[in-house]
Structures are given as structure tokens and as C-alpha cells.
Design a protein around this ligand. Structure first.
Ligand SMILES: [Zn+2]
Length: 421
């Protein structure tokens, strides 16, 4: 099975336009005294007279390699770290960047990061599971000791930011601003003296992660407003949350931010227009909204999937009910599957018809029948193989990491005789 995450190894030090979301490399000199590196997620280091100011600190796995590379360029202690948001891949790599014996750095974050870390501690097993699906394409049970168990030792912020803040460290000034976007605790950082913008995950060299099927609410309307505000800053250089840096090219930075704002606004507007047509069931909205497309290398659907962004808008404005009467107070799914199989003439009849539909290119419709077949006969090896094979092919046909790996997880579950649940 193909896991799109492996592209980050393929694209080490490749041109950012080619690697897009998956750029890995650095340290690159982004501006005088400013180093950018990325191992899945990016870290920007600003040299100041008092020590380094880091924007983000990578993941527990990526942090050490980035720190080792950065230390070839700078031996300054870390004075301050600003977290753009409380995701594992931006916060938990910090220990590797510290010089042995140095004073603890000042940790700066948005106020909502506290509740986020509490939530991750309370739902550590759940988060291990959903991230195993998203990043590893597996539905195996949560693995103790995984990244979300580490939030017990997450760095505690010393300075909490509300709407905005200004920091001054060793002669360098940093403007921090809050915006809800991918998360409710997002900050972006601009250093006017260096002309460097760190947008965090508000810019990731891909269609924004504003849909994510397994994660909490995202805010694409506030996100677009933040992108437009960032576009007015006159940044010469952008060091993003994911993907490579854009160096000394203010026109391009402005264009990337503005086009991403356009993309989000168009998608929100089309979804709201569909909702305004009499509030149809969610799935009907999703299948009727035409997602915007772009030729730009920074707006390809390689991480999140535009269809999932539509869902996220529907969820915010529409509550949890799909709109289908049967789904207001549904029967247990296994009972529904058993009844469908009985009507069809058995699980094998469902599989047979599903295969015909899939062969005719109607994968979406086929998937419903395959799901019912597996749920009705989870122990039947022929059903397991048919459903597993179908989802492997479906994963192969997807562009986004999320759809690919969620279908990979479904395929693995099917082959184990365990319906996706
Ligand atoms: Zn991220």
C-alpha cells in the first residue's frame, strides 16, 4: 500500500514547487540570521543578541534531526519559542533544540493552547487511533507510548497571547497575531526587520487542512481573513508550517496568500449557497458543491481533500444530523447491513453487484454495498478479500494523503475481518 507520507523522504531538498506539502530539508538561510528547516513540519530560527527565537519546534521524531542540522549553523541557546498552534508536530520537538545546561526558554503561545493540550491528554488513545489512520493508513488499536501520550510533558507556555502581541528579543521585534484557521489557537509571526513571515499551518503548500474527516472544527472564513491580512504585511520571505520556504520574493508571497484566501472563500460561499437551497441533507450538499481548482503548485489537494472542506463548513453551520430521517435515530449499523444482505440475496450478492459497479467506474456507489457486505459477513474470507482489494484500489486512485490513508486503513480492517469502526 502506498502511504503519501513517504514523499517527504523522496523530496528532501527538492525545489519547493515540486515537493509542495512534503518538502524536507534545510537549514536554509531564509534571511540574514534566519534559518528554516523542515522535517515534515517547519521550524524557523531567528538569531538575536540574546539567543535564538524559534517559531515552532517540530515533532518528537523530526525535532532531533532538525536540531542537529540547525546546530551546524548556530550554537546560540534558545531564548524564546513561539508555537503557532498546539499540534504535536509543532510543539513536542522542543527538547532537542535546547543546549545542554541552558536556561529554560520562554514559551509563547495562544491562550487556547492550554485547553487543547488538556483535550489531547484526556483523549490520548482516541488521538493515537485517528492519527494512525491518517498518517499510517492503519486501523490497529492505539499504541501506548505514541506521540499523544507525550502531551503529559508538553511545554507549558510562560506567555499566553490573546488577539495580538509584540515581542522584542535581542534587538529583533516580532509581531504575533491570532486567527482561527486550522485550529482555534493559531498564531502567525512576522519579523519586520527581517521581512520574514511565519504563517504556521495557515499556509502549507497544499489545499488547506480545513476539512480533515476525523478532527475538530476548522474555520475557513477566519482563515481566509488572516491570509488577506498577512498578504498586506509586505513580507519578503515566508517560512511555512509545511513545505519549503519562499525567499526574498514579496510578490510571490503575496500571491500565494491571496490565492489561498480566494480558494477558501469560494469554497465556503458555494457551500453556503447549497445550504441555502432548503437545507438539503449533508451528503447531498457534499456531492453537489463544485470545489474550486487551481493550477498553482501551492493549491493542490495532496494533503486534505476539497470535499472534506465542504463537510467541515456544513458541520459548522448545520449541526451533526445528516438530514436523512433514518439517521436521526438510526438502527445499529450491523442490523441495517444484515437486512440489506437479506434483501440482496446474501452478502455475496452484494459483493457481486458492488464489483459490477466498481468495474463501471462507480466506486462511490460500490463502496456502500461493499461496506454492507463486510458488516453482514465479517468472517467470510471471500468478502474480506473483495472489500480489502476494493479499498486498496480506491486508496491508489486518491490524490490527498487523508483519503488515501483512510481508505488504506479501511482495506487493512477489511482484510482482518473487522468492519471499519
Ligand atoms: Zn502542522
Amino acid at each position: 500500500m502506498r502511504n503519501p507520507l513517504t514523499r517527504m523522504f523522496e523530496f528532501r531538498d527538492a525545489p519547493p514547487e515540486k515537493a509542495q506539502f512534503f518538502w524536507t530539508g534545510g537549514p536554509v538561510r531564509a534571511a540574514p540570521g534566519v534559518w528554516f528547516q523542515s522535517a515534515y513540519s517547519g521550524v524557523t530560527a531567528f538569531e538575536t543578541a540574546e539567543g535564538l527565537v524559534l517559531v515552532d519546534s517540530g515533532a518528537p521524531m523530526g525535532g532531533p534531526s532538525m536540531a542537529a542540522a540547525l546546530r551546524k549553523q548556530s550554537s546560540l541557546p534558545v531564548h524564546t519559542v513561539v508555537f503557532t498552534h498546539g499540534h504535536v508536530d509543532h510543539t513536542l520537538g522542543l527538547p532537542a533544540f535546547l543546549i545542554p545546561g541552558q536556561a529554560p526558554p520562554r514559551v509563547v503561545a495562544h491562550r487556547a493552547i492550554i485547553a487543547r493540550f488538556d483535550r489531547y491528554r484526556r483523549t490520548a488513545a482516541h488521538n493515537q487511533r485517528i492519527n494512525a489512520r491518517q498518517f499510517a493508513g492503519t486501523d490497529e488499536a492505539a499504541r501506548p507510548g505514541g506521540a499523544f501520550d507525550l502531551f503529559g510533558s508538553a511545554p507549558r507556555p510562560d506567555l499566553l497571547v490573546d488577539d495580538q502581541a509584540e515581542l522584542e528579543v535581542g534587538g529583533l521585534r516580532f509581531e504575533l497575531r491570532h486567527a482561527r484557521g486550522e485550529t482555534d489557537d493559531h498564531l502567525y509571526v512576522f519579523c519586520p526587520q527581517r521581512g520574514v513571515l511565519c504563517p504556521g499551518d495557515l499556509f502549507i503548500w497544499a489545499v488547506p487542512n480545513a476539512g480533515n474527516p476525523q478532527k475538530v472544527q476548522r474555520y475557513p472564513w477566519d482563515w481566509a481573513a488572516a491570509l488577506r491580512q498577512m498578504a498586506t504585511l509586505g513580507a519578503r520571505t515566508m517560512c511555512p508550517g509545511h513545505g519549503g520556504p519562499v525567499i526574498d520574493d514579496p510578490v510571490r508571497v503575496e500571491r500565494m496568500l491571496t490565492e489561498t484566501a480566494d480558494y477558501l472563500e469560494t469554497l465556503v460561499e458555494r457551500t453556503l449557497s447549497a445550504l441555502e437551497q432548503g437545507s438539503p441533507p449533508h451528503v447531498d450538499v457534499v456531492t453537489t458543491v463544485l470545489a474550486p481548482t487551481s493550477e498553482a503548485p501551492w493549491l493542490q489537494p495532496i494533503y486534505d481533500d476539497p470535499e472534506f472542506l465542504v463537510r467541515n463548513v456544513v458541520r459548522y453551520f448545520g449541526g451533526w444530523w445528516s438530514g436523512r430521517p433514518s439517521e436521526l435515530k438510526p438502527a445499529p449499523r450491523l442490523e441495517v447491513a444484515a437486512e440489506m444482505a437479506r434483501l440482496a440475496g446474501g452478502p455475496s450478492a452484494l459483493v457481486e453487484r458492488a464489483a459490477e459497479l466498481a468495474a463501471a467506474g462507480r466506486d462511490r456507489l460500490a463502496a456502500h454495498l461493499y461496506d454492507f457486505a463486510l458488516e453482514a459477513a465479517p468472517d467470510d474470507p471471500a468478502v474480506q478479500a473483495a472489500v480489502g482489494g476494493f479499498y486498496e484500489r480506491r486508496a491508489e486512485a486518491e490524490r490527498s494523503l487523508m483519503a488515501t490513508n483512510l481508505f488504506n486503513a479501511a482495506a487493512r480492517s477489511a482484510r482482518r475481518g473487522s468492519p471499519f469502526r
